[in-house]
Each structure stands twice: as structure tokens, then as C-alpha cells.
Write a protein that binds this ligand. Sequence first.
Ligand SMILES: [Zn+2]
Length: 152
Amino acid sequence: MFVTRVLGDCPSCGANDAYGNVSVGAYVLRGCKRCDYEASVWLPEIRKKFIYLDQFFFSGAMRGKDPRFQAAAERVKRVCHLQLLVAPYSSVHEDEAQQWRGHLGMTNDQLVEFIKAAARGAEFEKDYAVEHAQVFKAWDAFLNGSARQVHI
Ligand SMILES: [Zn+2]
């Protein structure tokens, strides 16, 4: 097996520094370079929390004037790195970034790139897809007579 990280001696054949991690997916596959021994180590279930970081937060973090934003940004970055939190990118971020005036030569596009980097590839559904689903659910409820009456 192609061992990517050596953990020690093989528990089966005893070869020195031949046993270690082979691949990582839902579990870690471990194996030996010398023999066919392999073992699967199941990983704990991931329990990530989701957070929507709004334009106020990103603008504050980008400006760097308030140390609280920098501290919060560092904490978010660390917790995301530990796979405990995800701060997905939203199409709303892009709309809001267009209204940002920039700071110290930082442009709107750079702000969007910063937000995408913080999201690490995670993305909420596009705002128009959410609106589309909401309108169709409301229309179906209306057609089925299950829509609630709103009394003003
Ligand atoms: Zn072995």
C-alpha cells in the first residue's frame, strides 16, 4: 500500500516504519508498505455549526481598525480549520460587496475573494433559488387551500 504518513511498525509483519495512513474518507485506511495488512479507523461524526457572516463583519475585519473584528476573524478561521464551523459564501455577499466603498486600496472584488476564501468552498443556495422555492411553495399552498390567512 502507498502509505502517506508513517505511524510506526506494522502490527502484522513487524516491518519497521512501514505502517501508516493510506487514505482518508469517511474513515482512515491504514496499511503496511510490505505486507497486505490493512485496518480501517472510523472517524467521529462531523458536527459543524453554520454561521452567516454578514457584510458588517467582513467590512470590519477588512478595515482592521477594530481589534475585536480581527480577533473574531482569527477565531472563526481557527474553528473552521478544526472542522467545527463553516461560514458559507452567499450570493448576497456578492451583492452587498458591490456597495462597499473599499479600504486602503482594497477593492470590492478583493473583498469577495476574501469572503470566498473564508468560506473554504462552502456556499449557501443562491438567493434567487431560495426565493424561487419559497414562491413555489406558497403557490402550491395557495392552490391546495392550505395557505394561512393573514389578518392585518
Ligand atoms: Zn506489514
